[in-house]
Design a protein around this ligand. Structure first.
Ligand code: ADP
Ligand code: MN
Ligand code: MN
Ligand code: MN
Ligand code: MN
Length: 358
């Protein structure tokens, strides 16, 4: 696939004076759980999202409205420094509404935010481990895999180093810095178990900011991938045949009470409540997740809720150090790589903190 890109030529124009005007990249989640974005000129640099007027787009082209009534509203909710255009330019994360100011069906942030506000006193924190696969844009085969046959079996790739083990290190490096520049709380990165599979962690983030920051981190990765001519797949099982790990979004979770002495008991009660609503949770935990939650390849089986200390084959894992300390956080290993984090964080809080869920 030809790439229309000439970094040195472009950099000449990116240095041109903007005459005090600001470029704002509006970002939103569409009707297919994918990101969209478009750019608008602002007269000056805003202090926060409230200083930025709502904008519009055609929902008919984003899977969010019918052609005969297509306008949808992009409502700014958070801003970040833009690592691509830099300077005063910004990224503007938006929620989506219809012309009657009602949240769109696919505006999962709206519902999540309500829940987070209801339980703000409990101070829920999250850390999400986003696993993903780099793929060839045309064939959709994992990047760097041989055209015929398969790469060497799994075993040497996880946190691996060296030619033949790592495919795409530059993109991972660029993404890390872009996140730091944008003020995204990236906690770390690692190369994963399957060749061309990677992970970055975002968190700990409080309440609604978990979903916000993960979506912006995804935006940065997608945009950077364009520069490198490679594609990002969030499919939870990109290669179904053979001995290849799937991709998840382990969601680490704690509340103020879980982080304090005696937190272990609070966590056990919370895990119990999550187990009672296992199938309800799975509804929110991503598409094609049944291909991944098969009880092998470091997953718990989709039909058996379980938890354990340092057990990577369980639905919920308590990290060893947390068990030793008797407080801290738990890891829900069920969510797939393609989740909407607003849906996942909302149901976890709703299940564990609602005093009477039934
Ligand atoms: P793993 O051992 O499962 O690979 P990682 O180191 O990849 O774990 O990810 C752990 C995640 O847990 C990080 O994103 C971190 O921000 C998050 N985390 C740490 N402490 C807490 C906490 N108290 N509450 C919620 N999340 C936390
Ligand atoms: Mn137009
Ligand atoms: Mn991890
Ligand atoms: Mn991982
Ligand atoms: Mn994990």
């Amino acid at each position: 696939m030809p790439i229309l890109s000439n970094a040195s030529t472009l950099s000449k124009y990116m240095k041109l004076n903007q005459n005090g005007l600001v470029q704002a990249e509006f970002i939103w989640v569409d009707g297919f759980n994918q990101l969209r974005s478009k750019t608008k000129t602002l007269a000056s640099k805003p202090f926060g999202p409230k200083d930025i007027a709502d904008w519009h787009c055609s929902g008919a082209s984003t899977g969010q409205a019918y052609v005969h009534d297509s306008d949808i509203t992009l409502h700014p909710v958070a801003i970040y420094p833009d690592p691509f255009r830099q300077g005063d330019n910004i990224l503007v994360l938006c929620e989506t509404y219809d012309s009657d100011e009602a949240p769109l069906e696919t505006n999962y942030r709206h519902r999540c935010n309500k829940t987070m506000q209801n339980y703000a006193k409990e101070d829920p924190w999250f850390g999400i481990e986003q696993e993903y696969t780099l793929v060839e844009p045309e064939s959709k085969r994992p990047y760097g895999w041989p055209t015929f046959g398969y790469p060497e079996p799994q075993g040497m790739y996880y946190c691996g180093i060296g030619t033949g083990r790592i495919f795409g290190r530059d993109l991972i490096e660029a993404h890390y810095r872009a996140c730091l520049y944008a003020g995204i709380k990236i906690a770390g990165v690692n190369v994963e178990v399957a060749p061309s599979q990677f992970e970055y962690q975002i968190g700990p983030c409080g309440g609604i900011s978990m979903g916000d920051e993960l979506w912006v981190a995804r935006f940065l990765l997608e945009r950077l991938a364009e520069d490198f001519g490679v594609a990002v797949s969030l499919h939870p099982k990109p290669v179904v045949e053979g001995d290849w790990n799937g991709a998840g979004c382990h969601t680490n979770y704690s509340t103020a009470a879980m982080r304090q002495d005696g937190g272990m008991c609070v966590m056990e009660e919370a895990i119990d409540k999550m187990g009672d609503r296992h199938y309800e949770h799975l509804q929110e935990y991503g598409e094609f997740n049944e291909l991944r939650l098969i009880g092998s390849h470091e997953t718990g089986h989709i039909d058996a809720f379980s938890y354990g200390i340092e057990n990577r084959g369980a639905s919920i894992r308590i990290p060893r150090q947390v068990a030793k300390d008797g407080k801290g956080y738990m890891e829900d290993r069920r969510p797939a790589s393609n989740i909407d984090p607003y849906r996942v964080t909302r149901i976890i809080v709703e299940s564990t903190l609602n005093p009477s869920p039934f």
